[in-house]
Design a protein around this ligand. Structure first.
Ligand code: IMP
Length: 425
């Protein structure tokens, strides 16, 4: 199979985990390139549910190499916990997982800073997952971060840690209620994590390039989504990494020429967790209905997701900035039983009709959605349908509108939670 990037086209939680799991069958390597354990990828196999936060969803298949790239930020305890939990359920992790030496480590200070900064922001908070993601990427960009490889150079690690903790405690000085950890305490904890993770640590840039050179196919697993990308999302209400397709290059150390396809994953409607603008959000009963039917509660934090109609302004932006070659529509079955389905075709801002996603926050916040209404497929179901021909006609019409509006083919449709509830075109 080809080398494919799987990327979220909305605000994350599009169901990428399941799609990666399904496509892994035909791939040799699955690689994560950004984010950290803020992600929550749910995969259901024969009724058994797995929620993966850091380890690529491909690990649930035998004999597939799984890579956590240099662009990912790793909380070592979260990784060890995930490894142990998977092992306890019979998943072969030891043989198949490699973690980049260059991946930056989330430290306890990052978590304290994340939580304290959010508290300080009050009503302007981002609504982060509180996992220390932003402060860890901040240290990486300001060249004071600590990487996986540092765990194996104890003296160097101690020195870097002292400087890092001193900086963090200085900033945390503004928050008298925050517990401050000493460098020695963290040192001992992290050295023990290093021992446990040593078998997995690798020059993943070399490993992945050798795999590609020898003809193996790679799935690049994006986390979060396009509108949460630090450059192309609803800044500052974003995560701190490049969730878009470009992040796969820098986050793993591969060149763009090795990519054959970029598949964008979109829910048949839209959700967002955390703060920030969301033009097609449904505030009343319709939103509640989508949330309950779609079980729209965060896989990482359990927070209720905000729900709304499918938004073509968002998706057009995602097609453009990711160079999408195809689309995957998930959770189509959640729209079963709806009499009418709306799609957002543009934004009204003052007397203008906007077709492109605005970058200016005051404009975005002042936009109202312009909808077109389509017929639902009441009386028919898409749940568990496994061939395109068996979809109700109105559901096919919905897929056609999406494909034609965005000008790219719909490659896959997901019609339920289980691995097998899927239609390939
Ligand atoms: P952070 O990544 O924890 O810093 O959170 C920044 C923003 O990204 C918040 O709005 C989070 O809710 C959101 N976010 C982070 N990871 C995910 C995810 O995997 N799915 C959906 N939203 C996410």
């Amino acid at each position: 199979m080809a080398n494919i990037i799987i990327v979220g086209t909305q605000w994350g939680d599009e169901g990428k985990g399941k799609i990666v799991d399904c496509l892994t069958e035909k791939s040799n390597v699955v690689a994560r390139y950004q984010g950290g354990h803020n992600a929550g990828h749910t995969v259901v196999i024969g009724g058994d549910k797995f929620i993966l936060h850091l380890i690529p969803s491909g690990v649930l298949h035998k004999d597939k190499l799984c890579i956590i790239g240099n662009g990912v930020v790793v909380d070592p305890l979260a990784l060890i916990t995930e490894i142990e939990e998977l092992k306890a359920r019979g998943v072969a992790v030891m043989e198949n997982l490699k973690v980049s030496k260059n991946a930056h480590l989330i430290m306890p200070t990052h978590v304290s800073l994340d939580l304290s900064k959010e508290l300080k922001k009050g009503s302007k908070k981002i609504g982060t997952t509180g996992r220390g993601i932003g402060p860890c990427y901040t240290d990486k960009a300001s060249r004071s971060g600590i990487r996986m490889l540092d765990l194996f150079w104890p003296e160097q690690f101690k020195e870097k840690l002292r400087a890092n903790v001193a900086d963090a405690n200085y900033m945390l000085g503004q928050f008298p209620d925050t517990k401050k950890l000493g460098a020695d305490e963290i040192y001992n904890m992290y050295m023990s994590y290093g021992e446990k993770l040593a078998p997995y640590v690798d020059d993943t840039d070399i490993t992945i390039n050798e795999a590609i050179k020898s003809g193996k196919s790679v799935l690049f697993e994006g986390a979060q989504g396009t509108l949460l990308d630090v450059d192309h999302g609803t800044y500052p209400y974003v995560t701190s990494s490049n969730a878009t397709a470009g992040g796969a290059m820098t986050g793993l150390g591969v060149g763009p020429k090795c990519i054959d396809e970029v598949l964008g994953v979109a829910k048949a409607y839209t959700t967002r967790v955390g703060e920030g603008p969301f033009p097609s959000e449904l505030m009343g009963q319709e939103g509640e209905l989508l949330r309950e039917k779609g079980a729209e509660y965060g896989a990482t934090t359990g927070r209720p997701r905000r729900c709304g109609w499918l938004d073509f302004v968002v998706l057009r932006h995602a097609v453009r900035v990711n160079g999408l070659t195809g689309l995957v529509i998930t959770k189509l079955d959640i729209l079963d039983g709806m009499d009418k389905i709306k799609v957002c075709v543009g934004y009204r801002y003052k007397d203008q009709l906007l077709k492109d996603f605005p970058k200016e926050m005051p404009i975005l916040e002042g936009c109202t959605p312009v909808y077109e209404e389509l017929d639902g497929w009441t009386g028919h179901t898409t749940a568990g349908v496994r061939s395109y021909g068996k979809l109700p006609q109105k559901a096919k019409d919905y897929m056609k509108v999406i494909g034609e509006t965005l000008g790219i083919p719909i490659a896959i449709v997901s019609t339920g939670q289980d691995r097998d509830d899927i239609i390939y075109s």
